[in-house]
Design a protein around this ligand. Structure first.
Ligand code: IMP
Ligand code: MG
Length: 185
């Protein structure tokens, strides 16, 4: 039996909706460890800058970072496009830019999930403007319907086209604290 949660009245317009566990703590932990190992091999002898995309990636970021056997620097960028809904508004806004110098550096952008692909296109364009040596992507999740015209170098899981929460991912800023990933039924 899959774990389910029925959202109560404190979730306003989502009250009464049921979410069902899609990926367990163990599955996530195992895959994040594999990604950490892959990145460590690929960047052996280098010190990449890991750029976490706020807010959703903060838990994945901290777990992934602790699985690395190479050293790395960290910084964060904040964008938004979902306006408390479950679909992209189509406009990506830069809420907080990076604050480090990435010129000539290896950059790894750490994202929680890729859906329409608009966010990562925006991020790639923004960071390439600052002339890094390389830019790659580590994303925990990507939806089945997602089409992107460049490779996602380190991808955790392909998931069905459902809205998911937990492990840092939110709906209207809530449910980030669930230790595993749940999908709306
Ligand atoms: P995209 O621009 O449509 O690819 O969406 C990317 C961003 O939207 C992600 O970084 C997430 O923050 C958010 N997002 C997309 N799908 C989901 C979801 O199913 N749950 C929670 N956040 C999501
Ligand atoms: Mg995000």
């Amino acid at each position: 039996m899959k774990k389910t949660i029925t959202l109560d009245a404190s979730y306003d317009k989502y009250a009464g909706k049921v979410i069902e566990e899609l990926l367990t703590v163990e599955q996530i932990d195992r895959r994040v460890a594999e990604l950490g190992a892959e990145i460590s091999v690929k960047y052996q002898g280098k010190v990449p800058i890991f750029i976490g995309v706020l807010n959703g990636s903060f838990i994945f970021f901290s777990d992934l970072f602790r699985k690395l056997t190479i050293d790395g620097e960290v910084d964060f960028i904040k964008i938004s496009s979902y306006a408390d809904q479950t679909q992209s508004t189509g406009t990506v806004l830069l809420r907080k830019d990076i604050s480090c110098d990435i010129t000539g550096r290896d950059v790894i952008i750490v994202e929680d999930i890729i859906d329409s692909g608009l966010s990562i296109k925006f991020l790639k364009r923004r960071l390439e403007e600052s002339n890094p040596s390389t830019v790659s992507f580590a994303a925990l999740l990507m939806k089945e319907h997602t089409q992107v015209d460049f490779p996602i170098d380190f991808l955790g899981f392909k998931i069905p086209n459902k809205f998911v929460v937990g492990y840092g991912l939110d709906v209207a800023q809530k449910l980030r604290n669930l230790p595993s990933i749940y999908a709306f039924k």
